[in-house]
Design a protein around this ligand. Structure first.
Ligand code: AMP
Length: 192
């Protein structure tokens, strides 16, 4: 099974992706995690993306497409994967489609977690206060930019997948367990 989790920052994509992969043989592919590891390792890539990420902007399409193109080749991706935080622009969605087609692969579904912006702001402020969980881009300024970037760059990705009949929108405002149950029900219906 090959899935994409879509949704704004703070929607719970990371949590749900981890849950999805825990009970199944699926690889969790988070471009945000890959980039944060590069920053922590102070690699050439990390040094290049550090300030862009801290500010809340997107790193270049070419950078993340190269990361994913390499990653989907790995053995642990053969049984399937969950993409979390990628694609984030229509250009990334098109590149993903092309690179999967080259390998005779296709996505099974795109799950979009829909959450209102006021709820997102409240969630992110809680994350700010719980300093142990805070990330470099967990500042109010960066969050405002991340939301703006989401509206402008990533929201159109939903239309891209809706046009291909792959999009399943879910209510991300529910408690975490209810969202997990809704995802499970969607995947079960797909198999049926
Ligand atoms: P995330 O953990 O998915 O919220 O990603 C954290 C940050 O990494 C984002 O705010 C971007 O700066 C960068 N990033 C992660 N994934 C992508 C992507 N697909 N395209 C561009 N930038 C990304």
């Amino acid at each position: 099974m090959r899935l994409v989790l879509l949704g704004p920052p703070g929607a719970g994509k990371g949590t749900q992706a981890a849950r999805l992969c825990a009970g199944r043989t699926l690889a969790h592919l988070s471009t945000g995690d890959m980039l944060r590891r590069a920053v922590a390792a102070k690699s050439a890539l990390g040094r290049k993306v550090q300030s862009v990420m801290a500010r809340g902007d997107l790193v270049s399409d070419a950078t993340v497409i190269a990361l994913i193109a390499e990653r989907v080749e790995a053995a642990d991706c053969r049984p399937g994967f969950v993409l979390d935080g990628f694609p984030r622009t229509p250009a990334q969605a098109e590149a993903l489609e092309g690179l999967l087609k080259e390998k005779d692969m296709a996505l099974d579904a795109v799950l979009e977690l829909r959450v209102e912006e006021t709820a997102l702001l409240a969630r992110m402020k809680t994350r700010l206060q719980e300093s142990a969980a805070a990330r470099a881009d967990d500042t109010e300024d960066a969050l405002a930019i991340r939301l703006k970037v989401y509206r402008r760059e990533t929201a159109p990705v939903s239309d891209f997948y809706a046009a291909r009949g792959l999009l399943h929108a879910l209510d991300g405002m529910q408690p975490i367990d209810a969202v997990t149950a809704a995802i499970d029900a969607t995947l079960t219906a797909l198999k049926g």
